[in-house]
Design a protein around this ligand. Structure first.
Ligand SMILES: *Cc1c(COP(=O)(O)O)cnc(C)c1O
Length: 538
């Protein structure tokens, strides 16, 4: 038996010349050999469309696809195979429930309850229906540690509550929600329950009968399976009441030009050719997970989470976000003076993959008063070496005096002739981590600079910080120099800082070409403007 990590071929290679430290499993997990084999075998050995084929390959493909349904039904302990629908992902499953089950029933005055930590996929479908139907969307709050406030949740429930949607596990905080209790409370008021199990599947044993929920959705790619596939479990009578949203082939028993009789479950909810190879491989992923020693795995992950939290907490300037009572192996954090994206990019340059931003749970991140977090998330292949690498890289970054954003006021150009100072400015610029394309957008663009330039401000308590990027290394250097003088100040002081005087003293006004000077003026104006806006907010 290979060690678990050896079953994941991706770790056998260098990525851009570096060994991969992958701490982004909550965004998507890597894929083990049996999943890759199932995916490849389908196309290599038995590729055919399923269900209607009258030939050998079609029979084999159909058998493999339906076997995957059995494996996934078993994986969540569904009472019967017909209650397991193959979808195109968790998002697809949640939208199917919203549009097929809730939409035809929701009335003005009805209430829906979600929690404060939901992924957009388990918020937006309900939010839209509530708007359209005049229903009210209520949000169950968290306590200060990131636990669901169960008492407050119970108070939101009432005779008008039609549906409650909850994550099993938060993708931002790692919180494991008390789903069985929440479902029971919801059922006491007659509400239907939907559980987004996307982040649970890779970490917890799932038993929909023990949870008692009405619907439970899975995503293939977050549980060591492929992208583009998922599964939806529903109690049979609810699935029978669920109107097909997507109409087409495969889902019908009898069609005339003017009427249709849909097929039986599960086929009536699987219109069109499904992601066949992906579903088969997702079945293989479920088998891979259940084939592991789950008890040992949980202990291993608990140890790693403990190590991750201890490692991060021991670094000056790092703040852990959330400390729930029950948490899977992922941890969000922030670092004083660093925008999460800049930190993630700087870690990326050291070969460490983490995720930064709002993690598709923007309302939660806003409620925490943050612009985003950096999230390190683990999988079965993660080891303490990954966490050690993260800790070392963070310490290294925070100690590196060439990084201006947290070495306040210490970035200075050398004295001496302009040529030397220009070289130093260029060097500083080249050392700045470049932003990702998704961050180089209109919202951050600085108008009036001849090079493409971007700037953003964020706030930590009373202090504001700025960071920028530009196509020009020189401009990157200038921005790094400028913001190092003002980062950490209150917004009013950042706005009123005497940039002209500073740049005069550094000789920059004198030495830069007029067009560069205009760009510099635009950057200063943008900085002042953004800081001024912050000042109004406080
Ligand atoms: C990733 C994620 C989703 C969306 O899953 P897809 O299968 O990628 O559509 C939904 N909910 C949570 C909690 C997630 O982490």
């Amino acid at each position: 038996m290979l060690s678990v990590r050896e079953q994941f071929p991706i770790f056998g290679q260098l990525v851009e010349g570096q060994r991969l430290v992958y701490l982004d499993s909550a965004a998507t997990t890597q894929k083990p050999q049996p999943v890759l084999k199932a995916l490849g075998d389908h196309y290599r050995l038995r590729n055919a469309n399923i269900h209607r084929a009258t030939h050998a390959l079609g029979r084999q493909a159909t058998r493999a696809f339906e076997a995957a349904r059995d494996e996934l039904a078993q994986f969540v302990n569904a009472p019967e195979r017909e209650s397991l629908i193959i979808t195109r992902g968790a998002t697809d499953g949640l939208n199917l429930i919203a549009n097929g089950y809730l939409a035809p029933r929701l009335m003005a005055g009805d209430e829906l309850v979600i929690t404060a930590l939901e992924h957009h996929a388990n918020l937006l479908p309900w939010q839209r229906l509530a708007h359209r139907h005049g229903a009210q969307l209520k949000v169950a709050p968290l306590d200060g540690d990131g636990n669901l406030d169960l008492a407050a949740y119970a108070r939101l429930l009432g005779p008008q509550t039609r549906l409650v949607a909850m994550a099993h596990v938060s993708n931002v905080l790692g919180t494991v929600l008390p789903v069985a209790e929440m479902v029971q409370l919801a059922h006491e008021v007659g509400a239907v329950t939907v559980v987004d199990g996307t982040q649970a599947a890779a970490h917890l044993a799932i038993d929909v009968q023990a949870l008692g929920c009405d619907f439970y959705v899975l995503s293939g790619h977050k549980m060591y399976g492929p992208t583009g596939v998922g599964a939806l479990y529903g109690r049979l009578e609810l699935l029978e009441a669920l109107e097909p949203v997507t109409l087409g082939g495969e889902m019908v028993a009898e069609v005339d030009y003017h009427s249709v009789r849909f097929a039986e479950l599960p086929y009536r909810l699987e219109a069109g050719t499904p992601p066949i190879a992906e579903a088969i491989a997702m079945g293989a992923a479920a088998m891979f997970i259940t084939g592991l020693d789950r008890q040992r795995l949980r202990e291993h992950e608990a140890d790693l989470l403990e190590q991750l939290r201890t490692t991060l907490a021991a670094i000056d300037g790092v703040t852990l976000i959330g400390s729930p009572e029950s948490q899977v192996a992922l941890q969000s954090f922030t670092v004083a003076g660093w925008h999460p994206h800049d930190l993630a990019r700087a870690l990326d340059l050291r070969g460490i993959a983490v995720r930064a931003g709002h993690h598709c749970a923007q309302p939660l991140v806003k409620a925490l008063g943050l612009v985003g977090t950096v999230r390190a998330s683990l999988g079965v292949y993660s080891g303490s070496d990954c966490i050690t690498a993260l800790g070392l890289a963070l310490r290294d970054l925070l100690a590196d005096s060439d990084q201006p954003s947290q070495q306040l006021g210490r970035v200075q150009l050398p004295a001496g002739p302009w040529a030397q100072r220009y070289q130093a400015l260029l060097k500083l610029g080249r050392e700045q981590p470049r932003w990702l394309a998704a961050e180089q957008v209109a919202a951050t663009a600085v108008i009036g600079c001849e090079s493409k330039t971007w700037l953003r401000l964020w706030q930590e308590g009373e202090a504001v910080y700025a960071a920028g990027d530009s196509d020009s290394a020189l401009i990157r250097g200038v921005i790094a120099l400028l913001v190092a003088q003002v980062n950490g100040l209150p917004p009013g002081q950042m706005r009123d800082f005497d940039y002209d005087d500073y740049l005069d003293r550094e000789g920059l006004w004198r030495e830069l070409s007029p067009s560069r000077g205009n760009g510099l003026r635009a950057i200063i104006n943008a900085l002042r403007h953004l800081a001024g806006e912050r000042d109004r907010v406080i």
